[in-house]
Design a protein around this ligand. Structure first.
Ligand SMILES: NC(=O)c1ccc[n+]([C@@H]2O[C@H](COP(=O)([O-])OP(=O)(O)OC[C@H]3O[C@@H](n4cnc5c(N)ncnc54)[C@H](OP(=O)(O)O)[C@@H]3O)[C@@H](O)[C@H]2O)c1
Length: 318
């Protein structure tokens, strides 16, 4: 089985694919990959929490498929405003799914490893069929979003994990874990990072390619698309600094030493065998994502990074 497909060029996908959340990390990558097949839909054009606007947009745009990458992704902030988070990650997904069902449009919802975690003794990858159990408001909202997506019978739910991408602006603190680490490394001799949270942080262009490969098969249902392997945030930071030639030391800490009001999964590795069996491809190992991220010209640092706390977020968003 090839480890990764050549650049996506398939004609198997329909011509008009609305990418909702087109200004986000994953949305941008999908729009770039899809080229002139994409209908990019940003929050400026459509606030998905407005049901009437969603129905009007699907009727006007007449897409063949909608991929919803829009989400409330701020995990800590979700705990402070769970209703606001649910409105975006669940109720609004219902608006999109229902509108798609009414117009015979395939609906694709992006979800997360954070639908798991309640099984605190877990040490083996979660399969799609495992019973979810989220630990925090963000995970609860995304699980409700998966349910809402099923209002459209022609749906695909795709779970992914720990997304990071290079952006044209260069690394920005809080955009993703790798960006944050690179910004911190400009002024800190050492950073402390949690070592007891294990998952598969994934490089957005790899995930985008995997999503499109999956969609071109016409499969429906729930799938998991992440890089291969598993790691802790501590080991990811070590790999990043080593590959980037950064001298800043990485100190492993336990989650209990990290000042966050939100409990995060200790283990949320996603099994990708259903994706591999369906597409006959596997994404590259997570280390290859770090290499490719660093290879992007835009991973240069901004001239004046904003202030930041001593202890970095273990996962600024998920
Ligand atoms: N980031 C991760 O580590 C991670 C991990 C696992 C799964 N996921 C899932 O993967 C998907 C993509 O994540 P991402 O990292 O690309 O997210 P992102 O960069 O935070 O982008 C999310 C986008 O959603 C838009 N949005 C938020 N509220 C909206 C609303 N009410 N109406 C319309 N658009 C709205 C945002 O608009 P603005 O640009 O205006 O803010 C933003 O462009 C999400 O479903 C997320 O839950 C992410």
């Amino acid at each position: 089985m090839p480890i990764f497909p050549p650049t996506f060029q398939s004609d198997a996908l329909p011509g008009r694919i609305a990418v909702v959340g087109a200004a986000g990390q994953l949305g941008r990558a999908l729009v770039r990959r899809l080229g002139n097949r994409a209908i990019p839909v940003t929050r400026t054009a459509l606030d998905i929490t407005a049901g009437d606007a969603v129905r009007a947009a699907i009727a006007d745009l007449q897409p063949d498929m909608v991929i919803n990458c829009a989400a409330w992704t701020a995990v800590d902030a979700a705990e402070q405003d769970p209703q606001g988070c649910l409105a975006v990650n669940a109720t609004a997904v219902g608006h999109l799914a229902t509108a798609c069902a009414d117009h015979g449009v395939r609906f694709v919802q992006i979800s997360t490893d954070y639908v798991f975690g309640a099984d605190r003794a877990r040490t083996t990858p979660y399969r799609e069929s495992d019973v979810p159990g989220p630990l925090n408001a963000y995970g609860i909202s995304k699980l409700a979003g998966e349910e809402a997506a099923r209002a459209c019978s022609d749906h695909v739910v795709i779970r992914t994990c720990g997304l990071y991408a290079a952006s044209p602006e260069g690394p920005i603190r809080g955009r993703n874990f790798l960006d944050t680490m690179r910004v911190l490394a400009t002024t800190k001799p050492e950073v402390r990072v949690v070592v007891d949270q294990v998952c598969t942080p994934s490089y957005v262009p790899h995930v985008a390619e995997g999503i499109l490969r999956l969609l071109e098969t016409g499969a429906i249902g729930t799938f998991q698309v992440v890089n291969e392997g598993q790691t802790s945030w501590y080991d990811l930071a070590c790999e990043l600094f080593q590959r980037a030639g950064i001298a800043t030391r990485v100190i492993p800490i336990e989650s209990s030493a990290y000042p966050s009001p939100v409990e995060r999964p200790r283990y949320s590795v996603l099994d990708t065998s259903a994706f591999a069996a369906t597409t006959r491809f596997r994404l590259p190992p997570w280390q290859a994502g770090v290499v490719d991220y660093l290879g992007e010209p835009s991973t240069r640092l901004t001239a004046s990074p904003p202030p930041f706390p001593e202890t970095i977020p273990c996962s600024p968003s998920s």
